[in-house]
Design a protein around this ligand. Structure first.
Ligand code: FAD
Ligand code: NAD
Length: 405
């Protein structure tokens, strides 16, 4: 009998963990496993704010996929997914195509720009290794160029971060540590540097514990961030952005560096492939399959799972993507062994920690509030845990964060 073919798209938290769990769970004679990913490396999306600010080299946030997969069980294809043909059970890639019996879509998310004019052209994102490297180098270039100019362009030293969600705040934590270093390296007066954070909602980190939010805001303000709260980015233009408080007239903040960290949507492949989606995310069944397509699972940032307690979607996180991956591997093993019943996904929320730079953070872990060194310690534990779950102790030793105190 022909072996079923399991195809996994994306080697981020969801896809790579599904792959390494499947390679343990099923034997070579039971199924063929194919993993497709754009790059030959996995990156820690949750560390990209560090690479973007330049506080951690981008090589530290990535590792080779071949280091964690068993090539005797998994066929790795380095290619970009263009579209999925669900009816023909076929994935169209840039350089070929691959058929599947079972498909796991784990292609992650993309920045949500809400159709705001100019963002795609003039703003930077914190999305992948390439965008992180570009942003770090762009900021350095602004500092390096500032001192070379006869007529100083102060806008080179003005940085705007759009969105005070977790990504925006974590990036600001790193940036405010990096700026004094950059000032020293490039002989720039620290007082000339301006850092703005523009947030449309009435508070920073909307929905998070107010006491912890206050801690984060006062820490970042002390390090030079000016928060513009209840203020929305309306348009990005060359050399700046237009913002408006409520219904007031928009005004311009001049800046050569605008970072858009104001939300994510599902991967564009989802909508291109004709899946019914909300902002690129597919509302999956409790067993994480796509309604109407029993052979297709979607996990991670392109999936949407409702938190029944509040009747709203869970925010897209690595924590959820990894829990979904573990369940999906189990469910696929059950399917190829012809077990009728699949398990349903339940989210086990272990908490949230938001870093504020190298040695400071805020968080709620197992229901307990943490700030400062303790929270920062927990953040590094969480970061190392992700490495461990996919790559084992060896990967933690290679890439882990050991400056725990
Ligand atoms: P990803 O891990 O992003 O992986 C997607 C993979 O698919 C990538 O390897 C990508 O290269 C590949 N891919 C994409 N498109 C294609 C294509 N067309 N063809 C082939 N391959 C493709 N969550 C937390 O729980 N805790 C945190 O502390 C945290 N911190 C974060 C910090 C930052 C700066 C950011 C940006 C996010 C953070 N998140 C955090 C959210 C978390 O990173 C995401 O929810 C998580 O990465 C989603 O996992 P995923 O598997 O869906 O996608
Ligand atoms: P987000 O959606 O959580 O936050 C985006 C912020 O941008 C919101 O506060 C929103 O009000 C604001 N915003 C939207 N439009 C705006 C506009 N026009 N002008 C100004 N502000 C605007 O997005 P995120 O921070 O990128 O996070 C994405 C996901 O990743 C979330 O699920 C988050 O929980 C997760 N994440 C988690 C961590 C962590 O756990 N440490 C870190 C980073 C990201």
């Amino acid at each position: 009998m022909k072996k079923p073919k399991i195809v996994i798209l994306g080697a981020g938290y969801g896809g790579l963990l599904t792959t390494v769990r499947l390679q343990k769970l099923i034997g070579v004679n039971e199924a063929d496993i194919v993993l497709v990913n754009k790059n030959d490396y996995h990156y820690e999306t949750t560390w990209l704010h560090e690479a973007s600010a330049g506080t951690l080299h981008h090589d530290k946030v990535r590792y080779n996929i071949s280091d964690v997969i068993d090539r005797s069980k998994v066929d790795f294809v380095q290619d970009t997914v263009v579209e999925i043909n669900k009816d023909e059970k076929k994935v169209i890639l840039e350089k070929g195509e691959v058929n599947y019996d079972y498909l796991v879509i784990a292609l992650g998310g993309e920045p949500e720009t809400f159709g705001i004019k100019g963002l795609k052209e003039y703003a930077f994102g914190i999305t992948n290794v390439n965008s992180a490297r570009q942003l770090r180098e762009h900021i350095e270039y602004q500092f390096a160029t500032y001192n070379m100019e006869e007529e100083k362009n102060d806008n080179r030293l003005s940085i705007v971060v759009g969105g005070a969600g977790f990504t925006g705040i974590e990036f600001l934590g790193e940036l405010t540590n990096r700026i004094p270093e950059l000032c020293h390296e490039y002989d720039v007066d620290f007082h000339k540097v301006k850092i703005y954070c523009v947030e449309a909602a009435p508070t920073v980190l909307p929905g998070f514990d107010p006491e912890l939010v206050n801690y984060a805001v006062s820490t970042l303000e002390r390090k030079g961030v000016e928060f513009l709260i209840g203020t929305a980015i309306k348009e990005a233009v060359p050399g700046g952005i237009l913002v408006a408080k409520g219904d007031a007239e928009p005004y311009e903040i001049k800046s050569e560096t605008v970072v858009w960290a104001a939300g994510v949507r599902g991967n564009s492949v989802i909508e291109k492939s004709g899946f019914e989606a909300m902002r690129g995310r597919v509302k999956v069944q409790p067993d994480l399959r796509v309604p109407g397509f029993d052979d297709v699972f979607i996990i991670g940032d392109s999936s949407l799972v409702i938190n029944e307690e509040i009747n709203r979607p869970y925010p897209p996180t690595a924590q959820i993507a990894m829990q979904q991956a573990e369940l999906t591997a189990k469910n696929i093993a059950a399917l190829i062994r012809n077990k009728a019943e699949l398990e349903n996904f339940t989210f086990d929320n272990k908490g949230t920690v938001c870093s504020l730079g190298e040695d400071d953070a805020i968080g709620v872990v197992f229901g307990k509030k943490l700030t400062g060194g303790k929270a920062s310690f927990m953040k590094k534990v969480v970061d190392n845990r992700a490495l461990f779950m996919i790559g084992g102790a060896g990967m933690v030793l290679k890439k882990g964060k050991f400056n725990l105190f």
